[in-house]
Design a protein around this ligand. Structure first.
Ligand code: AGP
Length: 611
């Protein structure tokens, strides 16, 4: 996700744009830039947040009545000054900002290179911009027509805002798959990824639809489809407040991010998993495939929720690749004197890519000859740059301190890596491989199905919010999910919760069980199910209050539970991406019921960049 802002009208454009970008930083913040119509197009851009850009251009002539601005969440090309938006065309006469992914940009880039074009950045945006300019000059047509022709060749998602030297008060915009709102003022127009940049100036807005193109002038808004047919803009009156817009109408970023998971898992799989073809494409893994296939050991290194993802991955990798896997807390691994052999493969898992313990742990391991693969969310972050290879989780900015969508994206990436390596090694029977790829492709829909039951979990939260302690129990692939569920509850509601292997209860912790203790079982149908059901009976026999995450239709487990949270049937290897969802919701709703600051829990930070 990136943030885009535009303005054309009688006011000074720069202050409107820069303030609007600050409001959109929740959509991405690794680089920012503005383009201003001021006796020709002036572009100012750099790596870093909006405030850093502001500091570098103080004192410059920023007068303009038309301009565009961008705050980036990198997908193609790591965060840097050169990859920051706006980009300028080869002639310098056009400037563009873009939110989305142009999936066929390589093909377009090749065509342009064959015509002698060169590029100053690694971005798909610059390719699209020069493609538009090539069409404009080749066909000797208007910019508007060139945009229409170009977008018919493009696959992927986009919102673009374009400035043209030859038409200084006009902004051309188009969208497909990414959001674009146009604010309608008196003799002025505003553009944004959402309404937050324009809210203080106008509440009259037009939501641009897919395949629509807007020609925006101070006193005129023309809307057309790609077939050049005019569309009457539908002007709506906004009744949202600023805070609500940033959260897309959800009460908290955490809830928004929980509900984003069908899309973020889909984005994680997109362009990589092709179940029909039976392929998994991950260039950052492919280039180290031989080392991974031949290694004697994989070490997962992470902290917190990411460490739980590593635990799930341990079960998956050992099952699918038959490679020995160890999972290490980064904070422990970096301080003891671990045995690291040349050829060991380390998978560093991190949402922020800046966790100090994880970063130092992999730096130490790298010095000892290990191959470092990063499974990271923030493009160009320290852990990503320190790693030899790896794969991004593409979950978008995760603002809530409690990690939710990043966790399921990590599981999706780690599952794809294990499938890819197992396939190369021949340790996965072809039929199982085909079945798992097909089922993995269906996970986003199954997550969406699970989220539809969120209201019933809200009722449970109200019922159990005053408990002083919780136990979370699971076996196999669901044991790490039990740990994750306990962590979510602890860090959001401040209630003590402990995750445990269900079979371990009889070795001591079962002494805790009485009628005041809610025990959450992660009990989806898998090879351990019968044993988990016995554990539920043991707890019930001691008057423990059994709450279970169960597979839809599991009457046996339901009969033993005081309350249930239901997920669809799924292969046990993929089940954690589903069974964690109700636990995220339970923690969120209990936290809200207790009046906690669920987006910024006490004592916590989103990224622990200190030891
Ligand atoms: C999880 O909800 C916590 N916010 C925390 O445990 C987090 O997972 C941990 O600090 C690791 O962060 P990272 O994934 O950014 O490295």
């Amino acid at each position: 996700m990136c943030g885009i802002v535009g303005y054309t009208g009688p006011r000074e454009a720069y202050p409107i744009i820069i303030k609007g970008l600050k409001r959109l930083e929740y959509r991405g913040y690794d680089s920012t830039g503005v383009a201003l119509q001021n006796g020709g197009i002036k572009v100012y851009k750099k790596k870093g947040k909006v405030a850093e850009l502001e500091d570098t251009i103080v004192g410059k002539d920023l007068h303009a009545n038309t301009g565009i601005g961008h705050t980036r969440w990198a997908t193609h090309g790591e965060p840097s000054d050169r990859n920051a938006h706006p980009h300028q065309s080869a002639s310098g006469k056009l400037a563009m900002i873009h939110n989305g992914i142009i999936e066929n940009y390589n093909q377009l880039k090749q065509e342009l290179s064959n015509k002698g074009y060169t590029f100053t950045s690694d971005t798909d945006t610059e390719v699209l911009l020069n493609f538009i300019e090539e069409i404009k000059s080749n066909n000797n047509c208007s910019l508007e027509e060139a945009v229409r022709v170009a977008l018919k060749r493009v696959t992927g998602a986009y919102v673009i805002l374009l400035l043209d030297n030859d038409d200084p008060e006009t902004i051309i915009a188009a969208r497909k798959g990414s959001p674009l709102v146009i604010g309608v003022g008196k003799g002025e127009h505003f553009l944004g990824s959402d309404a937050s940049p324009m809210l203080e100036y106008t509440k009259e807005v037009v939501y641009v639809n897919d395949y629509e193109l807007a020609i925006v002038k101070p006193d005129e808004l023309i809307l057309k489809n790609l077939g050049n047919e005019k569309i009457t803009p539908y002007v709506q009156k906004l009744d949202l407040e600023l805070a609500a817009i940033e959260k897309s109408g959800y009460d908290h970023f955490m809830l928004k991010e929980i509900f984003e998971q069908p899309r973020t898992i889909h984005d994680c799989l997109r362009g990589r998993l092709d179940a029909m073809a039976g392929t998994i494409t991950m260039s950052g893994i492919q280039q180290y495939a031989d080392q991974i296939v031949n290694t004697n050991r994989i070490i997962m290194i992470a902290c917190g929720t990411s460490w739980h993802a590593g635990l799930v991955a341990e079960y998956i990798f050992e099952e699918l690749t038959r490679i020995n896997v160890e999972v290490e807390y980064a904070s422990e691994f970096r301080y003891r004197n671990p045995v690291i052999n040349k050829g060991d493969v380390i998978i560093a898992i991190s949402q922020s890519g800046e966790t100090a313990d994880t970063l130092v742990a992999i730096e130490n391991a790298k010095e000892k000859g290990a191959i470092i693969l990063g499974v990271v969310n923030v493009v160009g972050s320290s852990i990503a740059r320190t790693s030899h290879g790896g794969a991004y989780t593409h979950a978008g900015p995760e603002i809530g301190v409690a990690s939710t969508k990043a966790f399921t994206a990590q599981l999706a990436v780690l599952t794809m890596i294990a499938l890819k390596i197992g396939y190369i090694k021949g340790t996965i029977p072809q039929e199982r491989y085909t079945q798992l790829l097909k089922e993995l492709e269906e996970i986003p829909e199954k997550v969406a199905w699970t989220l539809q039951h969120s209201e019933s979990i809200k009722v449970l939260a109200e019922k159990y919010k005053d408990a002083r302690d919780f136990l979370y129990l699971g076996r196999g692939y669901n044991f790490p999910v039990a740990l994750e569920g306990a962590l979510k509850l602890k860090e959001i509601s401040y209630i003590h919760a402990e995750g445990y292997p269900a079979a371990e209860m009889k070795h001591g912790p079962i002494a805790l069980v009485d009628e005041s203790l809610p025990v959450v079982f992660v009990a989806t149908k898998d090879q351990y199910h019968e044993k988990v059901v016995s554990n539920m009976q043991e707890i019930k026999a001691r008057k423990g209050r059994v709450i279970s995450v169960i597979t839809e239709g599991d009457e046996n487990a339901e009969a033993l539970s005081e309350d249930v949270m239901v997920v669809p049937e799924a292969d046990e290897i993929l089940a954690p991406m589903l069974s964690v969802i109700p636990l995220q919701l339970l923690a969120y709703y209990i936290g809200v019921a207790k009046g906690c600051d669920v987006d910024k829990p006490r004592n916590l930070a989103k990224s622990v960049t200190v030891e």
